[in-house]
Design a protein around this ligand. Structure first.
Ligand SMILES: Nc1ncnc2c1ncn2[C@@H]1O[C@H](COP(=O)(O)OP(=O)(O)OP(=O)(O)O)[C@@H](O)[C@H]1O
Ligand SMILES: [Mg+2]
Length: 255
């Protein structure tokens, strides 16, 4: 079966510094895959290479078997891939519902001349309300996004990411900065919204990783040093060394 995502010998240089040094990564359709690794390893950069924000210096990136390396983000998005950012990225002065409706519109094929009749677009309204329910923010429908709690903003962001119906979802540290109970709740949410889809997530919190991932890839200094099941990764010697014997054995979530 064709992989949802396939990276082969992907490299990325910024000036003279090679940050991504020959990444190989395969994500199967329907899989939930976690990308872990120390700070500065190149995880977000890898996401940027997949989503089209950066183009690779060399190597290939395929989405459902189609080469997407060097395509602009909007084209890759139309081909069924959607991502969230490490830093919260929502419209603070729009309501929760309006934020979702914006992201639905593009996916439904509405382009540049729709603003004057926004209120009449029933399909967009219905889809936005559907996503609202899926992310559990019905009670906050008409609240300005800027007034939500941090955890609610991250939930909204996940809603925005999935609203367009993409089949491959990339989430960059969706639970960063959350309390234990908030991130437990986020795990449940991420699980629910990615049923039947393919997920790749960057995550530092090991209990989130172990709670969601079918497989884990470990990125260290611009290279994937291991890809395996959570159990095998937990016991992998070179992975432990890369983490200096820390995080992996801990229950995690010390914040
Ligand atoms: N646009 C850029 N220009 C130059 N260097 C960059 C650029 N983007 C990232 N880098 C560098 O690439 C390296 C990897 O950064 P990246 O953000 O991908 O790491 P990360 O694994 O996501 O780290 P973190 O866990 O802290 O989010 C860092 O040294 C960073 O400074
Ligand atoms: Mg990052």
């Amino acid at each position: 079966m064709t992989a949802a995502l396939e990276l082969r010998e992907v490299r990325k240089k910024f000036g003279r510094t090679e940050i991504i040094r020959g990444v190989n990564l395969d994500v199967a359709k329907g899989e939930r895959h976690a990308l872990i690794g120390p700070n500065g390893a190149g995880k977000s950069t890898t996401f940027n290479l997949i989503s089209g924000r950066f183009s690779p210096s060399s190597g290939t990136v395929k989405l459902n078997g189609v080469d997407i390396g060097g395509l602009p983000p909007y084209k890759i998005n139309r081909m069924g891939l959607s991502r969230s950012f490490q830093v919260t990225n929502i419209f603070h002065r729009l309501s929760v519902f309006e934020n979702l409706r914006c992201s639905v519109l593009w996916a439904l094929g509405y382009r540049y001349s729709f603003w004057h009749r926004l209120g009449q677009l029933r399909d967009a309204r219905e889809r936005a309300d559907e996503v609202l329910e899926l992310i559990g923010l019905q009670g906050r429908r008409d609240t300005h996004a800027g007034l939500l709690t941090y955890a609610e903003q991250r939930a909204l962001e996940i809603g925005i990411t999935i609203a367009g119906g993409a089949e491959v979802i990339l989430l960059d540290e969706p639970t960063a900065g959350m309390s234990r109970s908030e991130s437990d709740h986020a795990v449940e949410l991420i699980h629910r919204v990615t049923i039947g889809k393919t997920l790749v997530m960057v995550e530092h919190d090991m209990s989130v990783v172990f709670g969601l991932a079918d497989r884990i890839s470990v990125l260290v200094y611009g290279e994937v040093i291991a890809t395996d099941t959570p159990e095998a990764i937990r016991n992998n010697r070179s992975v432990k060394e890369a983490y200096l014997g820390t995080t992996l054995d801990e229950p995690a979530g010390a914040h």
